[in-house]
Design a protein around this ligand. Sequence first.
Ligand code: EPU
Length: 338
Amino acid sequence: MEIQENYSLQPYNTFGIDAMARYFVALNSTEQMAEFLRLSNYQKLEKFILGGGSNILLTKNFEGVVLKNNIKGIHVVHEDDDVYHVRAGAGENWHQLVMHCIDHGYAGIENLSLIPGNVGASPMQNIGAYGVEIKDVFVALEALNMHTGEVETFHRCDCEFGYRESVFKRQLKGQYIITSVTLQLHKTPQFNTSYGAIEQELENMGVTELSIRNISQAVINIRSSKLPDPNKIGNSGSFFKNPVVDANLFKKVQAAFPDVAAYPAGEGKMKIAAGWLIEQAGWKGKTFNNYGVHKKQALVLVNYGGAAGKDIFQLSSDIRQSVAEKFGVTLEREVNIL
Ligand code: EPU
């Protein structure tokens, strides 16, 4: 393994922010990771596990060690009449995993096409889109305990999945390196077109017979039309979560703004579209020098080239403040700030 010093993270974050890591090491196997963690020179330093870099905003240089998780491999580890269990290395690109599954007829993650990032991060924030979340197909993950150096298995009930949440973002934050994820995928697809935009797009595409490939293509078309391609414009997808508010607060917002975009979120709660709140607060498309709010989806902050992470962070604070003042609703960041 090669340990780099004062290493630019620009190619490793989809926001395209130029910040340095004091140390950087790419690790290709669980054994290599355990070996690195045993090296005494680096034990006291702060560590950051980097996957696809699609959910981070770098606001300064990182003074510790960045561990790039490069564990690869996609294998069927169990098969019966109905399902496949597919295990993927944490360093696999998520969308390539989705495409692999579609090519092989493994159904269940087609709605999650084109989500940026790597497999290892997918359960951490319970990625979701178009009516499906990874928790719906999740079987288990393996993770290296950074204190003991042992590999542990976490099943679905251990992960405490919620909307863009898991135990790995809360109690266990910074304690484990996810090394593989196993998903249960179906031989007979159970199509999920509940999200209106998918049905509309399938119609536009002239689809008469549903297939996992058609649904994937519909999702790809919708995402590409709204969300900026990180290879062209730096971004980290939705910068904020959609806030879940109680019925009283929702009634107040709705009384003042009858066309508020929102969905029931269980137990008298409502999930309000953060993109709608941010747009109504006047931020959609706003540009400041080389960064701003995306023109087509107000939930996405963008780096047009050369922006500083701290400026984008300040923009996100200004947006939070103005949404809180206008609607009394607090936005929570989805992106990890470093
Ligand atoms: N809206 C606006 N203005 C905007 C953006 C959205 O009014 O600028 C309104 C839309 O008109 C719609 C509602 O907000 O009524 C919802 O918009 P959309 O369907 O685009 O979805 P979203 O709630 O903004 C969430 C996820 C996305 C995921 C889509 C589709 C979060 C934080 N974001 O966005 O996930 O792709 O649903 O399922 O939950 C991500 O996490 O990075 C991400 C892109």
